[in-house]
Ligand binder design. Structure first.
Ligand SMILES: [Zn+2]
Length: 200
């Protein structure tokens, strides 16, 4: 069940993250004056952007999206998106599945919701998919090496020292070895007889 949830998570993240990233990339190229260096992305044309137009770019089925920096920006949006998602989801199969499911979800969105006749070209319309699969694979390889850190390690890095006895794990409930009463926590003392439970 958790596996299925990972696929849904990856697909949902992909579906909403990629259009946002594409807009951010084209916005940054403009704001950082990369246009002066010939980096011209023609997504925004001075009037409000329609989501379905952005999605057509992301699917590389729009002729304009195939040109120069437009193509690079689309591939970049997919790659950055899936690197981030691979780090969030930490399930490489779900990430790979999510890449294809997101692509498929965009096609459904265009064809069902917008009644747009989607024409896919092979391999041109799949450049971003191939690139995403490669970077997601590399990203998952690196995130596997980077072990997750515990809450106590986080606190420790922030300079908060937690006593070692707080970190021990106890299978509750326990029975007091002296009076036999049930104790539902990893308390230091028995609540009834006062026995020091850390000393045996
Ligand atoms: Zn006791």
């Amino acid at each position: 069940m958790a596996r299925v949830f990972n696929y849904i998570k990856a697909t949902w993240f992909g579906f909403i993250t990629l259009p946002v990233l594409l807009i951010i990339i084209q916005f940054l190229a403009r704001e950082l004056h990369l246009t002066a260096f010939g980096v011209i992305i023609t997504l925004y044309k001075g009037h409000p952007l329609a989501i379905n137009y952005i999605v057509r770019w992301l699917l590389l089925i729009e002729k304009e999206a195939m040109q120069g920096y437009n193509l690079i920006s689309v591939i970049l949006a997919w790659c950055i998106g899936w690197i981030v998602i691979a780090d969030w989801v930490r399930d490489i199969d779900a990430v790979f599945g999510g890449i294809f499911l997101t692509y498929f979800a965009y096609i459904l969105y265009l064809s069902w919701y917008h009644h747009y006749a989607v024409i896919i070209y092979f391999p041109e319309s799949f450049y971003q998919v191939f690139a995403s699969l490669i970077v997601a694979f590399i990203a998952s390889h690196f995130s596997k090496k980077r072990r997750g850190i515990s809450l106590f390690e986080r606190l420790d890095r922030a300079g908060i020292k937690v006593p070692e006895t707080y970190k021990r794990t106890t299978n509750v409930p326990i029975k007091c070895p002296v009076c036999g009463v049930t104790i539902l926590s990893n308390a230091k003392y028995c609540w009834k007889c006062g026995k020091d439970l850390e000393k045996n």
